[in-house]
Write a protein that binds this ligand. Structure first.
Ligand code: FES
Length: 152
């Protein structure tokens, strides 16, 4: 059974009220909710006494933070040269059809975010798809569907 997310109040309570805790709080909220909502950003700023513009600058600078809802699972299809030549684009199109989202988007149920990347550094295994932290080499739509069906 999936555990309920921590409340924003309990995350804030874990940090003393000081501007140096801004990044730690952003990381914890990102980890718990997969993104940082405008409401959470404002609550974090109130808690640590940092201006909203500073928090926004930090949250948009680091790629590990998202101000848009992200899926519980991330699918990254490689479209680097080697993967492109081996059918990466067909894989993206199949994902878009099957998930009902365009690249860069998240499914309505917040289960999956579909992204493309330029090279995952495993060109010998092309085409490559990353599902969360796992590399799927020699990927095709069947192996990808099988991998996604194993996710909780
Ligand atoms: S081009 Fe896809 S892993 Fe390098």
């Amino acid at each position: 059974m999936k555990k309920a997310p921590k409340t924003i109040e309990s995350i804030l309570a874990g940090y003393p009220r000081h501007p140096q805790n801004l990044i730690g709080l952003l990381q914890d909220v990102q980890a718990e909710y997969n993104y940082i909502s405008p409401e959470h950003l404002a609550l974090i700023c109130d808690h640590v006494g940092a201006p909203l513009t500073q928090a926004w600058a930090v949250a948009t600078f680091y790629k590990s933070f998202s101000l848009e809802p992200r899926g519980e699972h991330e699918i990254k299809v490689c479209l680097g040269t080697t993967c492109h030549l081996k059918g990466g684009n067909r894989l993206v199109e199949a994902c878009e059809r099957n998930l009902g989202v365009a690249r860069g988007q998240t499914t309505e149920d917040l289960r999956f975010t579909l992204d493309t990347v330029n090279c995952l550094g495993s060109c010998a295994l092309a085409p490559v798809v990353m599902v969360d932290e796992d590399y799927l080499g020699g990927a095709n739509i069947h192996s990808l569907k099988k991998r996604l069906s194993k996710l909780e």
